[in-house]
Design a binder for this molecule. Structure first.
Ligand code: FPP
Length: 258
């Protein structure tokens, strides 16, 4: 097969996209978009220039997932820890989010994308929260790709939030104990959404960084040294091809899967 590809004339070679098995795509892809700042530094530009370039990658990846028929895409856009960055960068990121949502909303809507936001949204600046709420409401009836933006999100916050909600239910005498996985997951911000089968992290960092700790229990992890602004459609296809070569055993042996 490889020989055949090598000897095909230029232009007829099988593209990465064509090599994907469309029946074995993940239903949910999660991404830690990392390296905007280092990419900008390498280009001799300010950090916000990197975040702006990162928006182009968000566009590319969202489009590619929608085209492939992937059902859910979760992007880590702003972590609870990101508040510790310089004030100008934080306000710049919040403004960029509002600007991007406003600019892209019509295109998202036209493509049937349904937007959802997870995280402690109550603590966001008013205009960011309003832009998010508007975009979520506007796309609520769409049935295509669900784009989940994790904003002011931290997995420990989410897990504590779920535990406290269950404790309140217990105190009110409405909870059947012991609590099982299904009940617990039902209190998370991703309730009703299947766990990601694939997590991608860019920029050569090998960490989960407080992202979807519960949901990633059996997720395949894919790390690339590319910075987020360098990650486009072709790089996504590469990650998906890598995922398709893996055997997901969920604790079983290979023989049991056969
Ligand atoms: C990580 O790079 C990136 C972020 C913390 C923010 C990601 C935000 C965007 C791509 C723009 C807005 C998003 C949407 C969904 C419209 P970094 O700054 O940590 O890079 P570094 O590690 O090189 O400093």
């Amino acid at each position: 097969m490889l020989d055949l590809i090598l000897f095909l004339p230029q232009g007829m070679k099988t593209s990465l996209k064509e090599r994907l098995d469309l029946k074995r795509l993940p239903t949910h892809v999660a991404v830690i978009m990392d390296g905007n700042g280092r990419w900008a530094k390498r280009e001799g530009m300010p950090r916000l220039f990197g975040h702006r370039a990162g928006v182009q990658s968000v566009r590319q990846i969202t489009e590619a997932c929608a085209e492939l028929g992937i059902r859910h895409l979760t992007l880590y856009a702003f972590s609870t820890e990101n508040w510790n960055r310089p004030v100008l960068e934080v306000t710049g990121l919040m403004d960029l989010l509002v600007e991007t949502l406003r600019r892209e909303l019509q295109a998202l809507h036209n493509n049937g994308v349904r937007l959802k936001a997870i995280g402690d949204l109550g603590a966001l600046p008013e205009k960011t929260r309003r832009a998010l709420e508007e975009a979520v409401a506007r796309t609520n009836d769409n049935t295509g790709l669900q784009l989940i933006l994790a904003i002011n999100y931290s997995a420990r916050w989410e897990i504590l939030h779920a535990a406290n909600a269950l404790a309140a239910e217990a105190a009110a005498g409405r909870l059947v104990t012991p609590v099982d996985e299904r009940t617990f997951a039902g209190q998370l911000s991703t309730a009703g959404i299947p766990d990601p089968e694939l997590l991608i992290r860019t920029s050569g960092e090998y960490r989960i960084s407080n992202f979807l700790l519960w949901q990633l229990a059996y997720t395949e992890l894919y790390f690339t040294s590319l910075f987020w602004p360098e990650f486009g459609k072709e790089q996504l296809y590469e990650a998906l091809l890598d995922y398709q070569q893996r055997e997901r055993r969920f604790g079983k042996t290979s023989e049991q899967l056969a």
